[in-house]
Design a protein around this ligand. Sequence first.
Ligand code: HEM
Length: 208
Amino acid sequence: MTADTPIAQIRPEGATGTAPVAAVGNSGKQTARLILLGVLCAAGWLASVLVGHSVECGPELHRIGLAVHILALVLSFGTILVVDWLGLLWLLGRVHMHESGKLEAAAKPLIWGGLALLLASGALIDPDLTNPVTAVKLGAVLILMLNGLSIAPAMHQLLALPPETRFGELGRKLRLRLMIALSVSQACWWTAVLIGLINSTLRRWSGM
Ligand code: HEM
């Protein structure tokens, strides 16, 4: 990083982040909010798994649940693909940071709304918790939600920077944080989608 880059003026390379000093005062509140949201996500996930495990839904409800599951998947995963793709393009220096950051902010209701529907509908379609592959899928679902929450402070820092800021100009820790978040997001989403599809296909083949 050169001395005349915007980020270097805010905080030197190797510092823990790039937030302007004024923003640091809010970090306690932000952390408390994030922890609360994390607890809510974990509670929603647990409720979905427990209800799915213990409540036997009839074939009609199963059919409706599966239809909602697929629609919610399109909504949530489709949006995630666009957001993560634009994030990757920014990482590669192809688009301005704010295009990626603003899209991420605008897309939040679609992603989280879709996830809430995935949790609710998943509970109606009899998840088989004795199947280790299903357990891996559900673990991936929890991780992708917590990962999505944990990246919020870094996104706030990014949006506070000048639009022309390039990925290479960020501090090393922030760069690493963003790359890890993007990789975890993609790995968990694809794991959940592929296991869901495989499980569903096997169920149909075995006529269950
Ligand atoms: C990010 C969240 C999730 C994703 C991306 C996801 C993805 C999928 C996909 C792609 C399918 C195949 C649909 C088909 O074509 O038939 C599926 C099926 C299924 N999902 Fe999910 N899912 C998610 C969350 C959940 C949750 C939280 C549960 C349960 C608590 C769940 C339980 C199931 C079950 C049981 C099936 C099989 C349904 C059947 O064939 O009867 N899913 N999921």
